[in-house]
Design a protein around this ligand. Structure first.
Ligand code: PAF
Length: 283
């Protein structure tokens, strides 16, 4: 149940271990990089509903930022995050330093194969190695029954599932739906960095996805035609600089010439220095 009580904040691996030793099971883990918004709150609420203990982690993970200025400018507000996590139902919030997350002598990298190569992997070298390494650490430290990830980062979700399966990690990886602003913009910690003009332009991602979805619903099955439908809508917005537009197989993320099974429409679009992603599954 959500409450106004502040959750217990722990900062070291040892403190986390102690806090979890006496925690009621099952444990639900919600890994985050902070700058929590309603999308994160929905993950935490879901974890609250399904588990006896909810652990939220807040760590802006330097290893997953291929762009140092994106890392520096990533919004950080610990006090607000801890309050929001508590209100949504967190019992424990783990906020490690970089040295605590990656202790002295750290030399392990977790790398998933082909699934990390297209889309985000192609434009953000090293990103997924950073993600899978920190997620493996957090899953190991938490020993949770369930871990909650948002579907907005659809490739991340697939990659984390693959990693957990491959490594025999028992934690169930739970996918949670995208939360949107009333104008369709997917909630993201990066939205606060948009200028008012960029913010007004940003719902073009959703419009582009919905244009392709409408084409699909009307019977279009040509992958390139669906990608073109998205590109055309994005081209109508001068502030939008598309990085990639994709219509790919949901399981492999390979681009499709023809859609004859589950597919994922996805895109990354820059508005100045701010990079937004969004997606829409086609079943
Ligand atoms: O999705 C995120 O916020 C991050 O990639 C995650 C899963 C917390 C790992 O740093």
């Amino acid at each position: 149940m959500a409450s106004d009580a502040l959750p217990r904040v722990v900062r070291t691996r040892a403190e986390l271990r102690t806090a979890l030793a006496s925690a009621a099971r099952p444990i639900g883990l919600v890994p985050t990089m902070g700058a929590l918004h309603e999308g994160h709150a929905s993950l935490i609420r879901r974890a609250r509903a399904e588990n006896a203990t909810v652990l939220v982690t807040i760590f802006v993970n330097p290893r997953q930022f291929n762009d140092p200025s994106d890392f520096e400018k990533y919004p950080r507000d610990e006090a607000t995050d801890v309050r929001l996590a508590g209100t949504a139902g967190a019992d424990i919030v783990f906020i490690p330093t970089v040295d605590e997350a990656y202790p002295a002598g750290f030399q392990t990298t977790v790398r998933v194969g082909a699934l990390t190569e297209p889309l985000e992997g192609a434009v953000r070298p090293g990103h997924f190695e950073g993600v899978t390494t920190i997620v493996a650490i957090l899953l190991g430290l938490a020993g949770a029954e369930r871990a909650y990830f948002g579907q907005k980062d659809a490739q991340q979700l697939l990659v984390v599932r693959r990693m957990a399966g491959d490594l025999g990690i028992a934690t169930e990886i739970v996918a949670c739906p995208i939360l949107r602003e009333p104008d369709g913009l997917a909630m993201s910690s990066r939205n606060v960095r948009l200028t008012p003009e960029q913010r007004a332009a940003a719902p073009v991602l959703r419009r582009a996805l919905l244009a392709a979805r409408a084409g699909y619903d009307a019977g279009e099955r040509d992958g390139e035609a669906l990608r073109t439908a998205m590109r055309n809508v994005l081209a109508s917005e001068p502030l939008a600089e598309p990085e990639y537009v994709s219509c790919a197989d949901t399981a492999t993320l390979r681009e499709l010439a023809h859609v004859d099974g589950p597919a994922l429409l996805s895109m990354a679009v820059r508005f100045g220095p701010v990079r937004l992603i969004d997606n829409e599954p086609l079943a």
